[in-house]
Design a protein around this ligand. Structure first.
Ligand code: NAD
Length: 298
């Protein structure tokens, strides 16, 4: 293996430490804790695990965590009424509605109901628009975490060729916007892209956000490129095991023989998502109280 490992777990831990210090400063100035509300509808087991982890990490960072659980039979109106209440609550700085929602709810309508200044997930169209035109707003946590890892490793990204594989609203599109803002030359590849291996081969930076286990092969990678693997895929279990291994969208063994640096799965991008969520919630708190965060603090 030649590639350096990009340790997202360690980076996320140091980001959480910075958030905790600034959360304590916030509390001393605002005379209250910064608050993050998480709304979970239904009983998707993966969402329950994720929400519990968010709550624990929020409290560990010295912020207040408000958890709201609605049954899978709750109506869309009930959810919208709860969001309205959280929008008005001055102790709630950030609101996150855990996706996916049950089928009888319209995700876009629900996201649109969140006050954009409390939309710490950055999914509201106002925040997508702010990102597109370069105004301050909230940026989706996973792609923002990827850019933090890239800048930590590479410094300035200006002029680099970046290929983002995937064009979802949650990862691919905001990732492309962030890389444009960093002055990369950006190509967005997707399921209809022709000659994907050739497209990827010209990239100094590859961001894979597809959801297909080990799709990106080592011989697609330009020697020395930096590879950010967003994918989280569970392989079928080996005989005798009850769970399969977690792998990314990149063939780690093949790519790490060629790349300059690469994120592992797990332990790369994954831990960044909640750390950036805490960061966004703290930024929301400072803004909501009209307090100034030190420049580039987090
Ligand atoms: P998505 O299903 O919404 O989007 C996948 C994208 O991949 C689509 O834009 C599609 O065009 C593209 N695609 C599909 N097949 C392709 C192919 N053969 N070639 C090229 N492109 C193809 O998924 P998403 O929500 O963007 O998530 C992508 C992956 O990232 C998933 O594995 C997901 O689990 C993971 N993810 C991880 C985190 C994290 O915290 N690390 C957060 C969000 C998503």
């Amino acid at each position: 293996m030649t590639a350096e490992l990009i340790d997202g777990k360690a980076f996320a831990a140091s980001l959480r430490d910075k958030v905790a210090i600034l959360a304590a400063t916030f509390e001393s100035k605002a005379m209250r804790k910064a608050g993050l509300a998480v709304v979970l509808v239904g009983d998707d087991p993966a969402s329950h695990v994720y929400v519990r982890s968010k709550g624990q990490q929020t409290v560990a960072a010295g912020m207040a965590s408000f958890e709201h659980r609605l049954s899978h039979t709750a109506s869309e109106d009930e959810l919208l009424a709860l969001i309205d209440k959280l929008n008005q609550d001055r102790f709630v700085d950030g609101i996150l509605v855990q996706l996916p929602l049950p089928d009888h709810m319209d995700e876009q309508k629900v996201i649109a109901a969140i006050n954009p200044d409390k939309d710490v997930d950055g999914f509201h169209v106002i925040n997508a628009g702010r990102l597109a035109v370069g105004l301050p707003g909230f940026v989706p946590c996973t792609p923002l975490g990827c850019v933090m890892l890239l800048k930590d490793r590479l410094g300035s990204l200006a002029g680099l060729d970046a290929v983002v594989i995937g064009r979802s609203n949650i990862v691919g599109k905001p990732m492309a916007q962030l890389l444009i803002a960093e002055s990369c030359t950006v190509t967005v590849a997707h399921s209809r892209t022709k000659n994907l291996p050739d497209v990827v081969r010209r990239a100094d930076i590859v961001v894979a956000a597809v959801g297909r286990a080990e799709m990106v092969k080592g011989d697609w990678i330009k020697p020395g490129a930096t590879v950010i693997d967003v994918g989280i895929n569970r392989l079928p279990p080996e005989p005798g095991a009850d769970k399969g291994r977690l792998v990314g969208d990149v063939d780690f063994t093949g790519a790490s023989a060629v790349a300059g640096a690469i994120t592992p799965v797990p332990g790369g991008v994954g831990p960044m998502t909640i750390a950036v969520l805490l960061r966004n919630a703290l930024v929301a708190a400072y803004r909501n109280e009209g307090l100034k965060l030190p420049a580039d603090a987090i």
